[in-house]
Design a protein around this ligand. Structure first.
Ligand SMILES: [Mg+2]
Length: 279
């Protein structure tokens, strides 16, 4: 074999060997099928209803419109309180108490997007990057209440947690104030109360009672039974001595029948909440 032929043969053999040893290209990756029972937010009817159903906004507007119409009556009737057991409040200024999540701001986009499991930090980070969505009707209600001389308090179970190098002992509180401001509800530190502040706990009754020392509480708003009464969870908070059960929660609703739609206004909460522990 001449030298040029020898070289070209060696080159050809080298190419063949290289081709034979090269790894086969990976087949296109198929999307793994969700395992049976795996949680899929895109199949959760509660989330999809809040996100897509026109009926959701109709319900929340209905609640806030009925509440706004009732304001003058509760303001003028100084014997009225929406806090069971509040007495001697005739000369205190009137106030309303609203929960925040799913009562004032809708977290539906967060609920659809976040990677389970839930953490408070994920919610905090989401709102550093996404605009808050008002629950339909709430901005108009808060404006009407304030115009009528009613103070508006926001009681949320978002906790105070230190964030990285932020020296703020409760950045979540200012996160809530910023969210409210962005939807057209200005407020301040004194009117936003988080879990863990001042030794309060997740039973909101402690914060409601604190407000009731200085104000006649004429209305409560929330999407969770705990926004109205204590002892709605298995975990014991506040004055509770027995873990809640499905039956005890139903009993609490029945025992307070006179308040629903009459000082107490509940918004739809199909995405999360204390009820999810009692399925
Ligand atoms: Mg809520």
């Amino acid at each position: 074999m001449t030298r040029p032929h020898l070289v070209s043969t060696i080159v050809a053999l080298s190419v063949l060997v290289a081709c034979a040893s090269a790894p086969a290209p990976a087949p296109p990756q198929a999307t793994p099928a969700p395992s049976p029972g795996a949680y899929d937010p895109n199949q959760d009817l509660g989330l999809l209803w809040v996100k897509h159903a026109a009926e959701y906004g109709a319900v929340t507007k209905q609640v806030y419109k009925i509440a706004a119409a009732a304001l003058p009556g509760y303001i003028s009737d100084r014997s009225w309180s929406a806090m069971p057991g509040q007495t001697g409040a005739e000369n205190l200024p009137p106030a309303v108490i609203l929960d925040v999540d799913e009562t004032v701001v809708s977290n539906v986009d967060f609920q659809l997007a976040f990677e389970r499991p839930f953490t408070n930090r994920k919610l905090y980070d989401f709102y550093r990057e996404h605009a808050a969505i008002p629950v339909p009707g709430v901005v108009e209600f808060v404006a009407a209440a304030r115009k009528a001389g009613v103070e508006v308090f926001f009681v949320t179970n978002r906790p105070c947690e230190l964030i990285d190098d932020d020296p703020d002992p409760c950045p979540q509180k200012h996160g809530v104030i910023d969210e409210l401001e962005s939807i057209g509800i200005s407020t301040d530190d004194a009117h936003v109360m988080l879990a863990d502040e001042n030794d309060w706990d997740r039973a909101k009754i402690g914060r409601r009672e604190h407000i009731a020392t200085t104000h006649r509480v004429i209305m409560l708003f929330g999407d969770d039974l705990g926004d109205f009464v204590p002892c709605v969870r298995r975990k014991l908070y506040g004055p509770c001595t027995e873990p809640a059960t499905k039956a005890s929660r139903t009993r609490l609703v029945e025992e307070h029948t006179d308040y629903w739609g009459n000082g107490w206004y509940i918004l739809p909460g199909p995405m999360h909440g204390s009820w999810t522990s009692f399925k």
